[in-house]
Design a binder for this molecule. Structure first.
Ligand code: ADP
Ligand code: MG
Length: 302
């Protein structure tokens, strides 16, 4: 009886070993097991799971982004570890997923109105370091953050410059940095806000308008790209700026236009020329913000 048992056991071990050695021919498999530092006798009991883990690890090596993640659970990698005399497999979160999770945690502090996702995730870590034009802006950010975190006050920024130079990106990075410290804010693609408000007349207009007006920090992105009307200027922009001046709420702008150019734009609507009203808006912007320029090559792809 014992002899039969021994024979079967030996045979089984032989099979396990054969399977293991077969799998070991695969490059990603042997890379994985070589890094584990676990004795072969134990490893060979887990060949098929190790194969699965090796495939996932290989997928991670060629990873481009979370959306195209090929692993069974997106953002996780099936990973072995030794525990006593066993190998335990678990789904470990990858660094991209961790980053995304951390982001989601602080992004709840920011309300977005049509800001592209890629820009919403901007951070100082991923910053281009090439353009000298950014240095004064970064210095300004630093002093703004210090002051704002101490006093909850501070002068915003009117950042103008060429299309695609990274204006929105820079301000998103600032807002994200502050959101990590619990600061609530609102980033609004301004032309889209106007469309949104228009379509919510009679329903959620007041709620949307108030949320933007009262946001502790506000970015009005791409001001001047909208279709200027007396309504957008006198009923939306004007009151938002007026309120924020009175309440001393930091307000930021990006634009492809200088303040002088914006004044002209705001002055001429389809039916009339009202330079006084335009001037008043510009005065408010000047009170609310410092003006800086960021010109650089277009960084938009395609
Ligand atoms: P603008 O608002 O000036 O038109 P964007 O902020 O939209 O320009 O930037 C254009 C593109 O370049 C975006 O896709 C953005 O992700 C990228 N980008 C801009 N600035 C940086 C930066 N400092 N670091 C990394 N990517 C950037
Ligand atoms: Mg922009």
């Amino acid at each position: 009886m014992k002899a039969i048992q021994n024979y079967l056991k030996k045979n089984e071990t032989g099979n396990l070993k054969r399977n293991y050695m077969d799998a070991y021919q695969n490059e990603s498999f042997h890379h994985l097991v070589d890094t584990l530092n676990i004795e072969e006798n134990l490893l060979m009991k887990y060949t098929s799971q190790l194969e699965e883990a090796a495939v996932e690890k290989e997928n991670c090596k060629h990873c481009r982004n979370l959306v195209t993640c090929k692993n069974k659970m997106k953002g996780y990698c099936y990973t072995p570890r030794k525990e006593k005399q066993r190998i335990i497999f678990s789904y470990e979160m990858c660094s991209r997923k961790e980053k995304q999770e951390a982001l989601l945690a602080y992004q709840k502090n920011i309300h977005y109105f049509r800001i592209p996702k890629q820009i919403a995730m901007a951070s100082f870590q991923d910053f281009y370091k090439d353009s000298k034009g950014r240095v004064p802006i970064l210095k300004y950010f630093q002093s703004f953050m210090e002051e704002y975190l101490k006093t909850k006050k501070g002068k915003g920024l009117y950042l103008c410059g060429s299309f695609g130079s990274g204006k929105t990106y820079m301000l998103a990075a600032l807002f994200n940095e502050l959101a990590k410290k619990g600061v609530e804010s609102c980033m609004v693609y301004y032309p889209e806000l106007l469309r949104l408000l228009k379509s919510s007349f009679g329903s959620s207009y007041e709620e949307k308008f108030t949320m933007v007006k009262k946001a502790p920090l506000l970015l009005l992105d791409d001001i001047g790209a909208e279709n200027v009307t007396p309504w957008s200027r006198d009923e939306v922009l004007g009151p938002i700026l007026q309120y924020r001046m009175e309440e001393e709420l930091p307000t930021f702008f990006t634009s492809n236009f200088t303040l002088e150019e914006l004044e002209k734009l705001l002055g001429e609507t389809k039916n009339s020329i009202e330079m006084v009203k335009a001037r008043r808006i510009i005065e408010r912007i000047k009170q609310l913000s410092e003006s800086m320029v960021l010109n650089s090559k277009n960084r938009r792809e395609g």
